[in-house]
Design a protein around this ligand. Structure first.
Ligand code: ADP
Length: 860
């Protein structure tokens, strides 16, 4: 929240400003309206005055012209006008009364020089005894004033005067003469001006022609002019008569002769009753009038009395009034609005304060609740106790939970927890007495549940003093948190450690009795464990060895020898090797060592277990066996040679005997021994075969079996073997069938190949007697396959691999004789020829031996 409403009251309220603007606008509009109206009224007043003045001047002068035209008509109408007639005529006009500005009406006669004297005489005779024409200078024509009424002193002074001699008058006279129209003169000083009151004047002429009427042409008019009826005007008298000074004219004006307002041409200036015309009048108007062909310029200006009645000067006052009024309105509005806003602001402020107070209150309440909840929820025991009796004032949830359903608040500690140990009670007392906080670690306080179950719990206790305002200890704050898990975990760890120590001892005991080296080497290549054997072999106690590095123990040269297996073991590879170890006493012993890597939970090798067995004895036994086998093989070799030596002549002898017997088939002796001879031959052959096998085996084991590589027709070889064994099969009552291509050439050792085929076929006849036997030879790209299938006793699966080894048999010797060498030799030959042999058989289902050989072996 901020104090924005308070700021507002210090600023000019917008409404007040708006009102000020509006009232100023209104005031301005009113003033402008007033200005326009006032100016319009003032102007029209002035213009009316001007118009009135001008109208009066015009009317007056027009009537004067008319009057003079009348006088001219009088002259035109009568042939001669006498002085008396004229005087009566003028008197009847009573001009002095009606037109005081007209100094006189006269008549000027055109007098040719020839008639000059006659006219003077006539006029003197008619009642003007002093009449004379003046100026006197002789000239062709005279225009003399012969009548001038009324006959006063001024007019008499002008009588006889020739106005044609004076240019201004002459100009007007000539204009009238030639135009036939009245003509007004310029500004003159009248001849009548004979006293101090000198006035400007002018004259008005109307021509009179002979015959009365105005002649139509100018020439006629020039010729027929008789004279001029004229009026002489004293300007001041004239205009003062028109505009009497009472009441004073509302405006001031000056009349100038001519088209311009030149001071030297000033005819008249309206009276101002002593007041000076205004320096800079508000209104000025200039107009041009024309009378009798003569222009006048009239300049009107407003004068002081007129200007006093003007409205325009009031405009500033009106404006000021408007301004003042606007300011007044504004001030009132401002005051009012400000007052209202202040009221509103203070109201808002109060509401704000109230809201703040409520918020603070709520906040405090929330914090209190939060604290209370916190106190209640902490997984610790919080209690507040009062007085030396430690009466419980507050106990949080955990406290209550721990105490079970016991009613606690308001009760003394001794009653709440009667089973508290005296040490703890002493802590409470000490605290109360000294004010020193008390601590206790891992106190065992059993919890006794309502249903009687007891649970052992460990607690860490903090007792804090509570002090009164005066600083006296008046209570205790108890804070306790449970550490049962921690304590139990520690106990367990201790127990585990003890157990581990026990296990280690056991391990030591067990391994000590082993006739082998048992040790544990860490990844720093240091012994961490070693059994007693080390002491027996190397004279070093296990406890002396533990902590030593392998290098230290076995020395640099020996370490070089064992470095590789050690590093491999530490790289994680189980290592096994045999080595001779020099021992403390006696000859070196032969050992078989295993290094077994030990990995941590992250699979990192942290060491390896060393197991080293003394295999000296075994080595010795093996050596003995090897020697025995060697001796046997030697014996076999020698024996088979020795056996074969008498067998060959024996076999020859039997063959000879058989041939001789055949030669005498009818001899009773032959008939008697032939069967024995044949049996003897068969036995010899079997013996020869056996010896052959023995020889082959001894050749194989001594590596003396040699192959004779040659071009072989496998098909022919197979057929030959089958033919050879045909009688044997017949004896065994087995039918022998062959399936082979015409010829199947390849490179091989024919004798050895035939030996293979013969061995397999012999076995088939032997173990499949009475059942048909099928031999098949097939060619595949680069290879040939020989299959010998019988339907005899078959071979159990567990024996199938074994029968290809030396002396291995799957039948009892009682049922079937044999050495168990045939298949061994066969396999060895097949492998030497670069091929493979396999068997497929089920017991009682016969056997099928398959030999696969390359047709062009890569060997040689
Ligand atoms: P021998 O035949 O002399 O015992 P062999 O090496 O030729 O030795 O054969 C090994 C053994 O394989 C025989 O003892 C016999 O158990 C078994 N065996 C060989 N050929 C066959 C066959 N065709 N049928 C059943 N068993 C056979």
């Amino acid at each position: 929240m901020n104090a924005a409403p308070l700021h507002l009251s210090r600023r000019i309220p917008l409404t007040a400003l708006a009102m000020l603007a509006i009232s100023l606008l209104l005031a301005g509009a009113c003033t402008a309206f007033f200005l326009v109206t006032a100016r319009g009224r003032d102007t029209s007043r002035f213009e009316r005055q001007v118009q009135m003045t001008q109208d009066q001047i015009t009317a007056h002068l027009k009537s004067d012209i008319t009057l003079l035209r009348g006088a001219a008509g009088f002259f035109a109408a009568s042939k001669t006008v006498t002085l008396q007639e004229f005087r009566i005529y003028v008197q009847r006009l009573d001009m002095e009364r009606y037109d005081p500005g007209v100094q006189g009406i006269g008549y000027s006669q055109r007098i040719p020089s020839s008639q000059k004297q006659a006219w003077v005489d006539r006029l003197r005779a008619s009642g003007l005894p002093t009449f004379h024409l003046w100026p006197e200078e002789p000239r062709e024509e005279y225009h003399s004033i012969i009548y001038l009424e009324p006959p006063d002193a001024r007019n008499e002074a002008a009588l006889g005067y020739d106005m044609f001699t004076e240019p201004t008058r002459r100009a007007a006279m000539e204009r009238a003469w030639l135009s036939g129209e009245p003509a007004l003169s310029g500004r003159v000083i009248l001849k009548q001006e004979i006293d101090a009151d000198l006035q400007m004047g002018f004259l008005l002429y109307v021509p009179v022609y002979r015959g009365g009427a105005v002649p139509a042409s100018e020439a006629e008019r020039r010729e027929k002019l008789e004279g001029f009826v004229y009026s002489a005007f004293r300007a001041k008298d004239l205009f003062n008569g028109i505009f009497p000074s009472d009441p004073l004219p509302r405006i001031f004006f000056r009349i100038y002769d001519g088209m311009e307002a030149r001071p030297e041409q000033l005819l008249y200036e309206s009276p101002s009753d002593g007041e000076r015309p205004l320096e800079s009048p508000r209104f000025t108007h200039t107009s041009h009038l024309e009378f009798g062909g003569r222009p006048w310029t009239v300049v009107y200006t407003s004068n002081a009395p007129f200007e006093q009645t003007l409205l325009t000067p009031w405009v500033p006052a009106v404006g000021a009034m408007g301004l003042l009024l606007s300011l007044l309105v504004f001030t009132i509005a401002w005051t009012q609005i400000s007052a209202r806003q202040r009221a509103e602001a203070s109201e808002a402020e109060r509401a704000q304060l109230l809201a703040r107070e409520q918020a603070a209150h709520a906040e405090a309440e929330a914090q209190r609740t939060y604290l209370h909840q916190l106190f209640m929820q902490v997984p610790a025991l919080i209690g507040i106790m009062r007085g030396p009796q430690f009466i419980l004032e507050f106990a949080n949830s955990m406290y209550q939970q721990v105490m079970g359903s016991r009613e606690m608040v308001g009760k003394p500690l001794g009653e709440v927890m009667p089973d508290l140990s005296p040490e703890i009670l002493a802590m409470f007392d000490t605290l109360y007495r000294t004010g020193q906080p008390q601590f206790a670690r891992e106190l065992l306080i059993p919890i006794v549940y309502a249903h009687g179950q007891v649970e052992e719990r460990y607690w860490n206790f903090v007792l804090q003093p509570r002090r009164s305002r005066e600083g006296q200890v008046d209570g205790v704050l108890v804070f306790a948190f449970e550490v049962t898990d921690l304590v139990l975990a520690r106990h367990e760890a201790e127990a585990n450690r003890e157990e581990a120590r026990g296990s280690a001892r056991k391990l030591q005991t067990i391994t000590d009795t082993l006739p082998a080296l048992v040790a544990y080497v860490d990844n720093q290549e240091r012994y961490r464990f070693a059994n007693r054997t080390y002491e027996a072999w190397f004279g070093l106690k296990p406890e002396e060895l533990v902590g030593k590095s392998i290098r230290e123990f076995i020395g640099e040269p020996a370490y070089e020898q064992f470095k590789d297996p050690i590093h491999r073991a530490l790289a994680g590879e189980p290592v096994r090797y045999e080595a001779e170890l020099p021992i403390q006493k006696g000859p070196p012993i032969h050992t078989q060592s295993s290094y077994l890597p030990d990995r941590d939970a992250q699979s990192r090798v942290r060491g390896f277990v060393v197991l080293a067995f003394d295999i000296t004895e075994r080595k010795r036994a093996e050596e003995a066996v090897r020697n025995a086998v060697r001796l046997r093989d030697e014996f076999l070799s020698v024996a088979s040679h020795e056996l074969k030596t008498p067998l060959t002549p024996l076999s020859l002898k039997l063959q000879m005997l058989a041939r001789e017997a055949e030669a005498q088939p009818e001899s009773p002796f032959v008939l008697k021994v032939r069967k024995d001879v044949e049996a003897g031959q068969r036995q010899i052959k079997r013996l020869a075969d056996l010896i052959g096998d023995l020889l082959d085996v001894s050749r194989i084991s001594s590596g003396r079996m040699k192959l004779q590589w040659e071009e072989v027709d496998f098909a022919a070889a197979v057929r030959e073997v089958v033919a050879r064994l045909e009688p044997e099969a017949t004896r065994a009552e087995s039918r022998l069938t062959v399936e082979a291509p015409e010829a199947l050439w390849g490179r091989s050792d024919r004798m050895r190949f035939e030996q293979v085929a013969e061995n397999l076929l012999t076995n088939a006849i032997k173990y499949g007697a009475g059942q048909p036997i099928h031999v098949r030879l097939e060619a595949s790209p680069g290879r040939m396959t020989l299959t010998v299938r019988d339907q005899g006793i078959g071979i159990a699966p567990e024996h199938q691999a074994r029968i290809f080894e030396r002396f291995e048999r799957a039948v009892s010797e009682r049922n079937y004789g044999g050495l168990g060498l045939g298949l061994y030799i066969t396999r060895t030959i097949v492998e030497a020829l670069g091929g493979t042999i396999r068997v497929k058989s089920e017991p009682g289902q016969g056997a099928c031996f398959t030999v696969e050989l390359p047709r062009e072996p890569s060997v040689p």
